[in-house]
Design a protein around this ligand. Sequence first.
Ligand code: CA
Ligand code: CA
Ligand code: CA
Length: 318
Amino acid sequence: MSHTGDAADDPAIWVNQANPAQSAVIGTDKLGAIEVYDLDGRRLQSLPVGRANNVDVRSDLGDGTAFTLSGRPISLVTASNRTNNSIIVYEMDPVSRQLRDIAARTITTGIQVYGECMYRSPQTGTFYAFLTGKTGQVEQWALSDNGAGKVDATKVRSFQVTTTEAEGCVADDELGFFYVADEYNGIWKYGAEPGAGTARTSVGSASAAGPLAPTIEGLTIARTSSGTGLLMASSQGNDTFAVYRREGANAFVGSFRVVAANGIDAVSGTDGIDVTTANLGPAFPAGVFAAQDGTNDAGNQNFKLVPFQLIAAVGQSG
Ligand code: CA
Ligand code: CA
Ligand code: CA
């Protein structure tokens, strides 16, 4: 981070379909920017957009599921902006690896925004942004091509998750679920379609003993095959990551922590996380897990990257 103090918050991994080793991590600096880094951690771009808090991406994977703008598939990036409680909308340029503002206007939500994640409906192909709020509300916004080269958004659902903070969230684009971290209480699973209502199930309840030690922060999904994989959560209170099955009743699998290794300090106090199981080249052949690190021994806060096969290997050995 270029800012000192509690600056880094949430990463999103952009997968470069044409050249996977040239993928990038998009990260929020909640003291004033959205930044782009290469897989070696070098900063490629810094956009001084305000207090960007959470960010998400849907990469153009060349499989027909990308967002289309003016008839062209793009990698869509959206984020929450606490400066004006708005939704940031960018396109990632796959050649320059630079973000470009494509919001049709300042898209102001009706809540004090914190978290943000995206959903692509497998039923309609519509893209949505979920915004979560300081006092437990969620808003779902449909994203659309405005016909003039920009993206606009329309609010399609709002509901109350809790009366305290709800921030981290993730949606499952294949199974149609929306997961949200109710920071002091647990993880909730809702239907992700705008008409799904407020029916919900609990994935896990918060407990000081873990596996979800409050506060519960970032959520992400590792896709291992169509419809299967892992739901991962930052259990900030005990510096671990709790892992659940993505499918079925989200059975608990286990927890892990990211320890110091290879001259890199351990990860603690994590806010946002992201993961991909795409092959990102020699350094990350089974994908990569990205986590915000609350304390960086070597300087300002940063994001840490872990080859996904190390986490998968722990899972297989129990
Ligand atoms: Ca994220
Ligand atoms: Ca939080
Ligand atoms: Ca650290």
